[in-house]
Design a protein around this ligand. Structure first.
Ligand SMILES: Cc1cc2nc3c(=O)[nH]c(=O)nc-3n(C[C@H](O)[C@H](O)[C@H](O)COP(=O)(O)OP(=O)(O)OC[C@H]3O[C@@H](n4cnc5c(N)ncnc54)[C@H](O)[C@@H]3O)c2cc1C
Length: 405
């Protein structure tokens, strides 16, 4: 096992850390941030800064304008950027665009890549991913998908309702997940479609007020009423949508872990600094065992998160699907990151609940992570299924367990 970071990657990490310190931290209180994320002009300013620094879209292949990082490279760079979440927006590695670009790079044809991946990787446009539906439609259980795509001549016509769609407001591209019926051209299943957001029939009904605030455009309720798309808008193959959703989700879960790990490290650093400077009952807070233990627990949680992320990234880089490990990583990280930020708030006392530090803001951001990309309970349930099936540790063969279809 070699945990050393190659020189080139270490140099890139240092450049990201400098970018965060010099360019992003001074802009963290820019007033162009509201309950539904950043104003588009602010986002574009940040993207331009990352472009000048040579740090834009590091996860995308070089032929599409990125730096071509592998998953282990992302683990290092995304954590460094996550220290200031605005840096992840600047570098174009935030949700949902980062995962959408990954999906397009893996599945789209050359023409679709030219049309959508190129401007996305340049940070010129944004995208959204439309999977979740209001009850009784798809949520934690994607098989409950109700949105339908029916063939009409050479086109598909899509009808349905979606909600919690991050970044729908202001996006140019929608990746729509819909069910297709069985017909002579193929079996029934789910299909992904690439549709311009200004296509007739895509209606944003409202933007939800949510706990989190970083995601550009917020989260919207969207109605799809007779959205007509040509066959060429199908991403990959008809009926393969669930498979592509998995191909998107396993790495997407992990990149969330990477970014929020950086944010949790920030909260821990702020709490540590406070525990050194602030005194109560005759000594610095950190000298009280109750506070020192919280710092120690943070340190252990952060370390465990990093190890589980690096291991899963290594599996993905070996070409494995790592569905089991990415589930394990998602639960460990989302819960540990939450604990770290919660403890940091506790150590800060009243200061922690004010916006005088970033900790309160991070607290709001990391809670939803235990729900999106699969709630903890659903991951635990699928981990348990694998354990029962394999008769013990599901990762006993080195993490290469073939998951059930
Ligand atoms: C901030 C945020 C951003 C999001 N962005 C997007 C987006 O861009 N695009 C998109 O398509 N979706 C998005 N989502 C939706 C997200 O993917 C869903 O919220 C998630 O899949 C859970 O679905 P649900 O909310 O319908 O919960 P439900 O399916 O109703 O589940 C509710 C709860 O039931 C429990 N539960 C469910 N199944 C089981 C089980 N088998 N065992 C035990 N307990 C279970 C869990 O505790 C779960 O939290 C976003 C959500 C949030 C919070």
């Amino acid at each position: 096992m070699d945990f050393s970071i190659p020189d080139e990657l270490q140099a890139l990490r240092e450049r990201v850390e400098r970018f965060v310190q010099d360019e992003i931290l001074p802009r963290e209180r820019d007033s162009r941030q509201g309950p539904h994320g950043l104003a588009e002009d602010f986002r574009l300013e940040l993207v331009a800064m990352a472009r000048r620094a040579g740090l834009l879209s590091p996860h995308v292949g070089r032929e599409w304008g990125g730096l071509g990082l592998d998953h282990r490279g992302k683990a290092v760079v995304f954590e460094a950027a996550g220290y200031a979440p605005l840096a992840t927006i600047a570098m174009n590695i935030f949700a949902p665009d980062e995962a959408n670009m990954h999906l397009l790079e893996q599945v789209a044809d050359e023409r679709q890549k030219e049309e959508w991946l190129l401007p996305l990787a340049a940070g010129a446009i944004r995208s959204c991913f439309m999977m979740t539906e209001p009850a009784p439609g798809a949520g934690a259980d994607p098989s409950m998908l109700l949105t339908m795509a029916r063939r009409d001549g050479a086109d598909f016509v899509i009808d349905g309702a979606k909600w919690l769609i991050t970044g729908a407001v202001g996006a140019r591209l929608a990746i729509i997940m819909a069910k297709n019926a069985d017909d002579e051209q193929g079996p029934a299943g789910a299909t992904m479609f690439l549709a311009p957001m200004d296509a007739p029939g895509i209606h944003i009904e409202r933007v939800l007020d949510t706990l989190d605030r970083y995601m550009t455009g917020g989260h919207a309720v969207v109605r799809l009423a007779g959205v007509r798309v040509p066959e060429s808008a199908v991403l990959g193959r008809v009926g393969e949508g669930f498979r592509y959703a998995q191909a998107r989700l396993a790495p997407a879960r992990l990149t969330h872990c990477m970014r929020w790990l950086g944010a949790a490290r920030r909260a821990h650093d702020i709490a540590t600094d406070h525990a050194r400077r602030r005194s109560a009952f005759g000594k610095p807070l950190g000298e009280h065992e109750g506070v020192g233990f919280m710092l120690a627990d943070n340190e252990m949680d952060l370390h465990a998160c990093r190890l589980v992320i690096w291991h899963t990234a290594w599996l993905l880089d070996r070409g494995e699907r790592a569905r089991h490990e990415s589930s394990v990583a998602k639960v460990i990280c989302s819960e540990a990151i939450w604990r770290v930020v919660d403890r940091a708030m506790q150590i800060l006392g009243g200061l922690g609940v004010t916006d005088d530090t970033i900790v309160a803001r991070l607290f709001r951001e990391v809670r939803p992570f235990r729900i999106y990309d699969g709630p903890s309970e659903v991951h635990r349930w699928s981990i348990a299924q694998r354990v029962l099936r394999t008769g013990g540790s599901a990762a006993a063969d080195g993490g290469n367990v073939a998951p059930r279809a």
